[in-house]
Design a protein around this ligand. Structure first.
Ligand SMILES: [Fe+2]
Length: 221
């Protein structure tokens, strides 16, 4: 091997080493990023034990829908983060409302509804999370425009928020609350279908129902 060959080889080796180091750093950075998002989400779950596991389930249902819709890797990552952090704004809702063992009255519900705005304000501080703000801020919009906080309707509601809305409501209906028992899964599905086109994007409900039936088939056979 000539001196020239040795120099070229050494330059290539250095480049590969630095590429590996960069990849490791990127991996670590990504882990830290997701870990921080998860920790932020858990702060709210720790305050309200009734929401225990809610975030994970909403994320899992949301990703099932995303898969059925054939979302790109980029959009799937955005969906995952927005689903993890969708209720982070509840950190700004006082305990007497957040932990109330009964249905909220009108005034209390208005305060609770603020969690969508609080969530977007909290995330506004983190530049790398700006892209998921619409998913967090608009997950309580309704397809007919009667939701909050911005009264958006139809396709004007960000796609990721429309997906989280279906996943979030299904999980809320199928889990026990202090003031009511969980609905059977089929009843919750019927309710999603009934509200298709008014509260929810009908196409997304369809994808979700399909993903649930596929899960059932996998579980049973
Ligand atoms: Fe919410």
């Amino acid at each position: 091997m000539s001196d020239e060959d040795r120099d070229v080889l050494s330059a290539i080796t250095n480049q590969v080493a630095s590429a590996i180091e960069n990849a490791n750093l990127y991996h670590e950075l990504k882990e830290t990023f997701y870990g921080t998002a998860q920790a932020l989400a858990e702060t709210i779950e720790k305050r309200d034990p009734y929401t225990g596991g809610h975030t994970q389930r909403v994320m899992s249902y949301s990703l099932d829908i995303g898969r059925m819709m054939g979302l790109s890797d980029h959009d799937t990552e955005e969906l995952r983060l927005a689903a993890i952090l969708h209720d982070i704004g509840k950190i700004g809702v006082r305990d007497s409302i957040l932990l109330k063992n009964d249905r909220l009255d009108v005034d209390e519900a208005l305060i609770m509804n603020q969690h969508t705005k609080f969530g977007s304000e909290i995330l506004a501080h983190i530049k790398t999370l700006h892209h998921i703000i619409p998913g967090v801020r608009n997950h309580h919009e309704k397809f007919d425009g009667s939701g909050y906080p911005d009264g958006l309707s139809g396709d004007a509601i960000p796609l990721i928020a429309r997906i989280i809305a279906v996943a979030d409501t299904f999980d809320a209906m199928t889990t026990d609350r202090p003031y009511r028992k969980a609905l059977p899964r089929q009843t919750a599905v019927d309710e999603l279908i009934r509200l298709s086109g008014t509260q929810f994007d009908a196409e997304i409900v369809l994808h979700f129902v399909r993903s649930l039936s596929m899960m059932k088939e996998t579980a049973c056979c």
